[in-house]
Ligand binder design. Structure first.
Ligand code: PMP
Length: 402
């Protein structure tokens, strides 16, 4: 007997379920392109050299201990994370118009940001997310009691951005609503706006007085350059908008399971920044009290030490470049096997994923016949691919689309 017998079974997580099926498959040719984690050419997880060195320094530092951090985490980490996102010359940071706290990676920052808005945002509690988006976005904001609406983003015929549709939907949004934007390397499509299109989105957001919430899970991981991938965030911030930013160090520092992130609210007046920061801290206090220290201690050392920072940037570019090489090699292999159709989008898309355009039935063929595991929306993780496997993957894709 249990008073919990009526609890409904939760549906399996779309992505973690794939990993389980992958584990159970005994084929030597099996490939897991479902998970969004970087792998090396041998398919192994990577701990960056800069992370290992920073961790060694943390362990050897006699002033380090295991006491609680404050509710807002490591102040130096917050300062350096904001600088990395908004840039050295950011007027908002110089004027003290940011409230930044350390959070539990990107997800935790989105959630605390959502909780803060649901309690204190004076505008409509409506969050607009792209179609499609990272599946957790809707769930997180609904959990915070917000209403979630969608705007057009991806256009299947061009496998690119539906810019006109996106702008139309933004213009039709309730005045003052919250607009969630992927800062770069849109997940799952790999389709990002051009600089001109970002300007158009900014103008439309300004006209409707929208509050922009940037989700930045891939800064530096998309192009290999932190400044280039920070373009959209800086454009909006420098235009004087108030905005939120959830920053994750999971991908760019490879600190996935360490849960390292930062949440920033940029406000128009530094007096408001102090009040906002106090409420972000209370929100954290009630959810998990204070963030974990180990991963953030590592990240702080990397961000603060010029030599480690330089080493990290080289390694970050190495990861981004390997992904770009995988795009080229897969594209080449698809040409060589004569897979029907135009695969140029594999080269054009940005970041960790490629949205192949394969249908659910075609994905089923990939998995059942070829032992290639991927999400049903046709998304593959380019970071899980290696040179020696591009030929096999191209064969499987050819067979599946024919
Ligand atoms: N946002 C997006 C768009 C993501 O792709 C991810 C990672 N899959 C996250 C947020 C959050 O990841 P984490 O909580 O591990 O930082």
């Amino acid at each position: 007997a249990s008073r919990f017998l009526e609890v409904p079974q939760a549906p399996p997580d779309a992505i973690l379920g794939i990993s389980e099926a992958f584990k159970a498959d005994n084929s030597p040719q099996k490939m897991n392109l479902g998970v969004g984690a970087y792998r090396d050419e041998e398919g192994k997880p990577v701990v960056l050299g800069a992370v290992r060195e920073a961790e060694r320094r943390v362990l050897e530092d006699p002033t380090e201990n295991k006491e609680y951090l404050g509710m807002g985490g490591i102040p130096e980490f917050c300062r350096l994370s904001a600088r990395m996102a908004f840039g050295e010359g950011s007027a908002a940071l110089r004027e003290g118009r940011n409230a930044t706290i350390q959070g539990l990676s990107g997800t935790g920052c989105l959630r605390v940001g959502g909780e803060f808005l649901s309690r204190f945002y004076p505008g409509p509690k409506i969050v607009l997310i792209p179609t499609p988006s990272w599946a957790n976005h809707r769930a997180i904001f609904e959990r915070c009691g917000m209403q979630v609406q969608q705007y057009r983003y991806y256009k299947a015929d061009t496998r690119g951005l539906d810019f006109e549709g996106m702008i139309e939907d933004i213009k039709a949004a309730p005045e003052g609503a919250i607009l969630l934007l992927h800062a770069c390397a849109h997940n799952p499509t790999g389709v990002d706006p051009t600089p001109e299109q970002w300007q158009g989105i900014l103008d439309a957001a300004l006209a409707k007085k929208l509050l922009v919430f940037f989700d930045s899970a891939y800064q530096g991981f998309a192009s290999g350059d932190l400044d280039r991938d920070g373009y959209s965030i800086r454009l909006f911030c420098d235009a004087g908008l108030e905005l939120l930013l959830a920053q994750s160090f999971a991908k760019n520092m490879g600190l996935y399971g360490e849960r390292v992130g930062a949440l920033t609210v940029i406000v128009g007046d530094s007096a408001a920044a102090k009040k906002v920061e106090s409420q972000l801290k209370i929100t954290a206090r009630q959810m998990y009290s204070n963030p974990p220290r180990h991963g953030a201690s590592i990240a702080t050392r990397i961000l603060a030490d010029p030599q480690l920072y330089a080493q990290w940037k080289v390694e970050l570019k190495g990861m981004a470049d390997r992904i770009l090489t995988m795009r080229q090699q897969l594209y080449q292999a698809l040409q060589e096997v004569g897979a029907p159709g135009d695969w140029g989008h594999i080269l054009r898309q940005i970041g960790m994923f490629s949205y192949t355009g394969l249908t659910k039935a075609q994905v089923e063929n990939m998995t059942n016949k070829w032992h290639v595991y991927m999400t049903f929306d046709g998304r593959i993780s380019m970071a899980g691919l290696s040179s020696s496997k591009c030929g096999y993957l191209a064969q499987a894709m050819k067979d599946s689309v024919e």
